[in-house]
Design a protein around this ligand. Structure first.
Ligand code: IMP
Length: 187
């Protein structure tokens, strides 16, 4: 492992197979995404919707690189029970606090795997009649897709492996890792 566990020195080291993206690589890609988004939303004030909990690190870095005015809001859903595989059942744990009708909405996701969670959220939000609805995801595990969800901005396409770090957890741990790594499947 090339990178140390910054900010996590007291934490038990996760069983990592491989670091996929270092903190520097993530920051560089987030800047590029923010440039594209800022250009596309010029003159508009989009509402960035972060899907808790995994999406918060990405949102906080992305919004600091945006050059357009914007608002943020949060939604909490659960599709996993903390393990490594999807249950296929999406539950809303906390809804938005603002009305998105007539607004330009950008969903900010950490990872799209089967697409079931995002498909559910997308249809739910479309039913509230936003002016536009786009999606940005940092990671796209394309091979695992079970529903076709239109994604407008993708940070990195990744292989079919369980990843942790930069907001992503395994049983609620390791979200604070500054890098994204593949976990050992027998961990
Ligand atoms: P989907 O509904 O299968 O697309 O899964 C979406 C959600 O599952 C994400 O927002 C994550 O919370 C979680 N998830 C999917 N793959 C991973 C992974 O590799 N590591 C950690 N969480 C994951």
């Amino acid at each position: 492992m090339t990178e140390t566990l910054q900010g996590a020195s007291k934490m038990k080291e996760p069983d990592i197979e491989k670091v996929l993206f270092t903190g520097e690589e993530i920051q560089a890609r987030v800047k590029e995404l923010a440039l594209d988004i800022s250009r596309d939303y010029e003159g508009k004030v989009p509402i960035l919707i972060s899907v808790l909990k995994g999406g918060v690190l990405f949102l906080s870095d992305l919004m600091r690189e945006l050059t357009v005015l914007h608002e943020i809001d949060f939604m909490s859903v659960s599709s996993y029970d903390g393990g490594m595989d999807t249950t296929g059942v999406v539950r809303i744990l906390a809804d938005l606090s603002i009305n998105i009708e007539g607004k330009d909405v950008l969903i900010v996701e950490d990872i799209v795997d089967t697409g079931l969670t995002l498909d559910y959220i997308r249809h739910l939000l479309l039913g509230r009649h936003p002016k536009s609805l786009k999606i940005v995801t940092l990671l796209d595990k394309r091979e695992r897709r079970r529903v076709d969800v239109p994604i407008d901005y993708v940070g990195f396409v990744i292989p079919d492996a369980f990843v942790i770090g930069y907001g992503l957890d395994y049983q609620q741990k390791y979200r604070n890792l500054p890098y994204i790594a593949i976990m050992k499947s027998d961990a």
